[in-house]
Design a protein around this ligand. Sequence first.
Ligand code: PHE
Length: 474
Amino acid sequence: MSVSREHFSSRIGFILAAAGSAVGIGNLVGFPVNAAKNGGGAFLLMYALFVFLICLPVMVAEMAVGRNTAKEPVGAFKTLSQGNKLWGAAGFLGVLTPFMIAVFYMVITVWIFGYIALTVTGHLDYLASDEGFGLFINSPYLYLALLVVASIVSFILAAGVKDGIEKAAKILMPSLLIMLIIMVVFVLSLDNAMAGVTFFLVPDIDKISPSVINGALSQAFFSLSLGMGILITYGSYIDKQTNIPNSAKLVAITDTGVAFIAGLMILPAVFSFNPAINPSELSDSSVSLIFTFLPKIFLALQVSLGYVGASSVAAFFFILVFFAAITSLVSIIEVPVSYLVTEKKHSRKKALGYLTITAGVLTLFATASFGMLPFFTEFTWYAGASKSLFDVIYDVFYDTILPLNGFLLCIFVSYRWKKKQLSEELSIGNENYKGSWVEKYINFSLGTFIPAIVLLIFINTVASKFFAVNLFGL
Ligand code: PHE
């Protein structure tokens, strides 16, 4: 049975879908906090260098592998390695990883949906209270929220590549950008906003340490949706006229641009709420920033805007984050969907059905691992601490396997598929590619220092996460 593969309808559709995947909670919250705490302008510069010198070649390679084979990671690795079992296993990791990351991302998206529901129904004060978040994450209503979020994602995915993924991105991405700009303008008009801007932008080189460098690179890698098979899968839906290096560049610029603009929203808001704050007091995790700190800031707006006004601003913000999260979730679940359709020959609807049930059940367990069920809350124990199921999924797949997948992809493309084939593929739709310095840079970096760096990150993460051993001062 050979069914022709569905394609994005246009280059811009593809770029928006890929950017939709890349722009997520990491950009809107993780990046601003990281930048502010770790050297401001100095961090921004380093991050931008990482995006363009290290991440962009990986992104280009993923898209090329996808377009060349017209398959998802398992099919693509199998095809290009002529059925080699070990490379097939590497491809399988490229499907398992997004499936598991989807579970933890889904938990957070469900919370965001819950926050929207609670702010529009007038419960901002509850969310801003000290015990609000703790009670919220153990509320049985979350299962209802899970049902709604899963239905939205399944609805988009069921409509297919063009009418589902692309259409959703075409609606949600521009809306998100407009909402983000409105929020920035609003936040910059608050008192003391400029102190936040200064903190965000002024470089402080002293803060740059090996662990900050490691963190910046991991953040860039995650933010561009690399190592999750997503860009291989999306690349399999583009046609031969598409100029891959150029498209990848636009995706990276959009992603980095949104992260930068988000900094102009989050930090001024933090400073206007508490002008004396020292950002090192901001918690490390984006989770506590979005779910416990920001609601307090929104509630404080009631002095000037009234309770309804403050709740509206909060709802507007959470809807913005929700849009970003939905396009990311859609992209990550499309990878296993595509695997079941391409490799296992299931219909799209059936594949979605299986995934909704399996990922849904796992999400249920992960949601219950914040105290609801002791079995999942105290799931296991390593590196001197008890870990919940959510922690395990996060540590294993996000922190550890992601760089490993990046490493395997670089080695695969450079030494198994071979640089010559990569160049052939990339010169389709880009006749000036061959002989250009971009080609030279991509071929050289993918075969040498990029895999070396991500391998180092992988080894260091395994040592520190699971054995509490600090290897390189990272
Ligand atoms: N790039 C997304 C972000 O920054 C991460 C992501 C993408 C997560 C796709 C899941 C799926 O938040």
